[in-house]
Design a protein around this ligand. Structure first.
Ligand code: DI6
Ligand code: FE
Length: 397
């Protein structure tokens, strides 16, 4: 099927915004075949009946390249307890914290987990996303990690969105392995990766004092490499353990968070072509004070992606446009960098070369906005300016 879209402002994201003021796009099946000014549509496409986009802004479909949307329960009560003065320890004693999510996730069956995850996926989709990455990491047993990954795959089967799965068994040390993180890596993290055959698109870990050391992460990465799987890493979120350098050494797709990243990590990422995934939602929620080194990443030419990090503890956010606003206001990224961060650079953070821009040969995933200029997407706070999406060449019903 051929489709001619016309009468829109295109932000193709090919070289900066890549603006085409009065643009047209030709789609065949699920692929973009032509992009340019409306007056220059070539034959035989110029005889197609045009679909009028009403002068709206059209961008590549957004890509949320870092989420944890599959989990049981929620942590709203804990949020309220803390704001009533409860300490972190009191919250933990009352059954709160990441381990409460692990308990709820283990207790939930696949159908319950899927139903809850679809609510969050639908919110991200309603904000303009056409591709979402989702991590495991709240099961922390071989069976529960595999269960989570099966749920992640099913989201992509049930919705008009491409879903990529990431294995994150190395997210936290569960109580039965307290003080035995090495054993957890050997007995759960690596075996769950091997058990999840066909369910894993990439392997991630949380490299932090409260989670796993670089040496432990390295063993997991070696197992990933042996299976031919790409790696990425939660690195330098709360301290500088040189996780980004380790990630770069393994040719990681991305290193994520990066508030405490130093210049040696920036240089290693630039060398390796590892994307910096910036997560302002977690920074905001945890009331962090040290922003990631945006200026150094920019100067070194490290591509910067943005994502929701949607999770029940540190980033209960499902709006990519709000994340863009936070990246600009909190981290001084420009609106153009923010839009690149949820399109071109997010695609790269997932190792996807078939999307993230509007150009011939790429997938026809587009977002249509109630806006005139792409800076509006970062500028507005809390609005959902999406008009509609085109997923794989199909207009939203
Ligand atoms: N970093 C975070 O901020 C979250 N996970 C991670 O690796 C926290 C997840 C949670 O509290 O549920
Ligand atoms: Fe995360």
């Amino acid at each position: 099927m051929s489709l001619l879209l016309s009468n829109m402002t295109l932000a193709t994201m090919t070289g900066g915004y890549g603006l085409i003021p009065d643009g047209a796009v030709v789609i065949e099946d699920d692929i973009i075949v032509w992009v340019g000014p409306r007056g220059q549509v070539p034959g035989p496409y110029d005889t197609l009946p045009p679909t009028d986009m009403g002068g709206r802004l059209v961008t590549p479909g957004l890509i949320d390249c870092h989420t944890h949307i599959v989990f049981g329960g929620d942590r709203a009560a804990e949020f309220e307890m803390r704001l009533n003065g409860a300490s972190y320890q009191e919250v933990a004693r009352a059954g709160g914290g990441i381990l409460s999510t692990v308990t709820a996730t283990r207790a939930a069956d696949e159908e319950e987990l899927l139903a809850q995850a679809l609510v969050r996926a639908d919110q991200i989709i309603a904000g303009g996303a056409t591709t979402i990455e989702v991590k495991s990491g709240y099961g922390l047993t071989v069976d529960d990690e595999v269960k989570m990954l099966r749920v992640v795959r099913r989201i992509g089967e049930m919705r008009d969105v491409t879903v990529l799965t990431t294995h994150l068994a190395a997210h936290a040390v569960p109580p039965d392995y307290k003080g035995r993180a090495d054993a957890y890596i050997d007995e759960v993290a690596i075996p769950s990766l091997q058990a999840a055959k066909g369910l894993v698109d990439a392997v991630d870990a949380f490299c932090e004092g409260i989670a796993f050391s670089p040496t432990q992460v390295e063993r997991l990465f070696q197992a990933a490499q042996a299976l031919g799987l790409p790696v990425k890493l939660h690195a330098e979120q709360l301290s500088d353990l040189k996780g980004a350098m380790l990630a770069a050494r393994f040719g990681a797709l991305s290193a994520d968070h990066l508030e405490y990243l130093a210049q040696d990590g920036v240089d290693a990422m630039a060398q390796a072509g590892t994307v910096a995934v910036i997560l302002p939602g977690a920074f905001y929620t945890l009331r962090e004070t040290q922003p990631p080194p945006i200026a150094a990443l920019r100067a070194a030419g490290v591509p910067m992606a943005l994502a929701t990090d949607c999770n029940p503890g540190s980033s209960p956010i499902t709006s990519l446009t709000l994340v863009m606003n936070m990246a600009c206001t909190l981290f001084r990224m420009t609106p153009q960098e923010a839009l690149q961060g949820v399109t071109t650079h997010a695609a790269r953070a997932l190792g996807l070369t078939d999307r993230g821009q509007i150009a011939p040969g790429l997938r026809a995933d587009l977002a249509v906005w109630q806006a005139r200029h792409p800076a509006e997407l970062s500028y507005r706070i809390g609005a959902t300016p999406l008009h509609s999406r085109i997923f794989g060449g199909r207009l939203d019903a």
